[in-house]
Write a protein that binds this ligand. Structure first.
Ligand code: XLS
Ligand code: NI
Ligand code: NI
Length: 436
């Protein structure tokens, strides 16, 4: 049975094609900078927005037309959605997908029944993976939708809720392993606070760290070798999320001795909410060896919430790919479209347009970034800008062989520093424009 009867496999037709159901730039086997595009980009479809998104918003009812979905939480409906998902991903030509445990299977009245539901759906997903070759980029657990998580999960003041969340994550790691998942993501969900009058921040952070240590220990005990990833987000649903931004997450990871086990999954819209650019977040994580994977979406700069739109801005994708290429790639991470079609884009075909656009935007970003790097446009400039640290006093400063007293003596003798040089920001912006 075909759920998208009007769509056949999406092919690369090149930049001159006018076919809206073809790639203009994403050519999976084309080699760019030593690797194929698909090796660089490792695209992933997210299950929650694409197969569970209904279009509901705080002001209105669901709008999405999904002929295959009967709107119930039955196991049959869940199994059918898997068929839809794999048909979609196969036609789109993505290699990976991601899901939360509760996206794919319904909760039952008890944890045992919930787990049994999950096992049935996971077996079905595994079959589809074997049949299509599509792989699991990462698994995760939904620790935020159910009312039991009203005060958080690992940071709940209720120890039983912590225990329930632990049981849920244990199972989520097991199914991620069962499906050959290459990573496992922790996104804070409701791990944060609305008001400090009722919050013991120290205890909550200690609990979150204990939770992650237990997850890491459990993964070791079953031989799960996937990479753990922590996903920063500054706010929403809580007023302050503990995984605020890359800097806060890295500080948390290091403070609690988790640096050997956890990297970051950086999401564009979350960077924006934190008052950063995506390029800032990626660079900050990457220079410290913590950039593991990305959630490729974008926000609306005029709206203050997580709109999770598909990325279409080629400047944005170029900046992402500059940082990713600089660190030699993302694997075992990838480019996950944690993005949803707009409430007004309610037809099934819109799911294809959205993903094709995102994939093409990243393919262009990849090609442009590779050319910028090849021509050394930015790297040469930056290298030259810092050349005073390559020799003389600068070299000694970097090597740590001079003291404040030495530098005072140096400057007293020299009198004044060498003159500064222009930063040439506008020139560089103009040059980048020539590549876009
Ligand atoms: C929500 C997050 C979430 C994570 C996975 O804003 O982006 O979707 O990626 O739990
Ligand atoms: Ni995300
Ligand atoms: Ni988000």
């Amino acid at each position: 049975m075909a759920y998208f009867p009007d769509v056949s496999k999406i092919e690369y037709e090149g930049p001159d094609s006018k076919n809206p159901l073809a790639f203009k730039h994403y050519n999976p086997d084309e080699v760019v900078d030593g690797k194929t595009m698909k090796e660089h980009l490792r695209f992933s479809v997210c299950y929650w927005h694409t197969f569970r998104g209904t279009g509901v918003d705080p002001f209105g009812a669901p709008t999405m037309i999904r002929p295959w979905d009967d709107g119930t939480d039955s196991l049959d409906n869940a199994l059918r959605r898997v068929d839809v998902a794999f048909e979609f991903m196969e036609k789109l030509g993505v290699e990976f997908y991601c899901f939360h445990d509760r996206d794919v299977a319904p909760e039952g009245p008890t944890l045992a029944e919930t787990n049994a539901n999950l096992d049935k759906v996971v077996a079905h997903m595994k079959q589809w993976q074997q049949q299509t070759g599509i792989k699991l980029l990462w698994g995760t657990a939904n620790l935020f939708s159910h009312p039991r998580y009203v005060h958080g999960a690992a940071t709940s003041p209720n120890a039983d809720v912590f225990a329930y969340a632990a049981a849920q994550v244990k199972k989520a790691i097991e199914i991620t392993q069962e499906l050959g998942g290459q990573n496992y993501v922790f996104w804070g969900g409701r791990e944060g606070y609305h008001n400090l009058y009722n919050t013991d921040m120290k205890r909550e952070l200690d609990h979150l760290a204990r939770f992650m240590h237990m997850a890491v220990e459990f993964a070791k005990s079953i031989g799960f070798t996937g990479q753990f990833l922590f996903e920063p987000k500054p706010k929403e649903p809580t007023k302050h999320q503990y995984d605020f931004d890359a800097a806060a997450c890295i500080n948390f990871i290091r403070t609690y001795g988790l640096e050997d086990y956890i990297k970051l999954n950086i999401e564009t819209n979350h960077a924006t909410l934190a008052g950063h650019t995506m390029m800032h977040e990626l660079t900050y994580a990457s220079i410290q060896g913590f950039l593991g994977s990305i959630d490729a979406n974008t926000g609306d700069l005029l709206l203050g919430w997580d709109t999770d739109q598909f990325p279409t801005d080629v400047y944005l994708t170029t900046q992402c790919m500059l940082v990713i290429l600089n660190q030699g790639g993302l694997a075992p991470g990838g480019v996950n479209f944690d993005a949803k079609v707009r409430r007004e884009s309610f037809e099934p075909i819109d799911l294809f347009y959205a993903h094709i656009g995102g994939m093409d935007a990243f393919a262009r970003g990849l090609k442009i970034a590779a050319q910028i790097r090849k021509d050394g446009v930015l790297t040469d400039f930056i290298k030259k800008r810092y050349r005073s640290f390559d020799e003389g006093i600068g070299k000694k400063i970097e090597e740590g062989t001079v003291t404040f007293a030495d530098l005072e003596k140096y400057m007293l003798e020299k009198g004044n520093p060498d003159p500064n040089e222009s930063g040439r920001q506008e020139l560089l912006e103009n040059i980048i424009n020539e590549y876009i």
